[in-house]
Design a protein around this ligand. Structure first.
Ligand SMILES: [Zn+2]
Length: 168
């Protein structure tokens, strides 16, 4: 048996090898060749757009009115370093507010309107004093959902609006 030229497999390997040497290029629809490292950002943007598009179609989803733009909670939002650390303290319950009462061994103040102890949870979700303001920013009954679904901006603006930002 005699081969005329290379068997297909070998030629395929050579082409792959040539492509590898050329720096891993892709040929896109308009015949422009782009390096692999150049398109990862575009692919990630495309995925995000797809995700947003399907989210936009879910107009009956109640969470949609609260978080109309997805995937922006942590990375793309304009949150200062200080705001971000306040938010983390709220999230993990390690607030200056809590620490102060632990250190002084005094009982935390009670909320006279609700007749209960003031806590981060009480302020963020429960206190009737803030119901009207809270309703403008979010509506949820769990801290988990609050930090998961509500944008950082809204949570921060809420605690600023009720003048408690500097307590945390
Ligand atoms: Zn209260």
């Amino acid at each position: 048996m005699q081969f005329l030229g290379h068997p297909v497999g070998i030629r395929g390997n050579e082409e792959a090898d040539t492509a590898a040497k050329a720096g891993l290029q892709l040929t896109v629809s308009n015949n422009t060749r782009i390096a692999a490292t150049d398109y990862t950002a575009d692919v990630s943007k495309l995925c995000h757009n797809e995700w947003q598009r399907s989210w936009d179609e879910q107009t009956t989803n109640k969470l949609h009115s609260i978080t109309p733009t997805i995937g922006t909670n942590k990375s793309l939002e304009q949150v200062t370093r200080h705001e971000s650390s306040v938010l983390n303290r709220l999230r993990f319950g390690h607030t200056r507010f809590n620490h102060f009462y632990l250190l002084t061994a005094d009982a935390p103040p009670g909320c006279s309107s609700c007749n209960c102890q003031v806590s981060v949870r009480h302020i963020l979700l429960e206190c009737v004093n803030f119901n009207a303001v809270r309703d403008q920013y979010f509506r949820t009954t769990s801290l988990e959902e609050l930090f998961d679904k509500v944008s950082a901006r809204r949570i921060l603006d809420f605690i600023k609006d009720i003048h408690l930002f500097h307590c945390f």
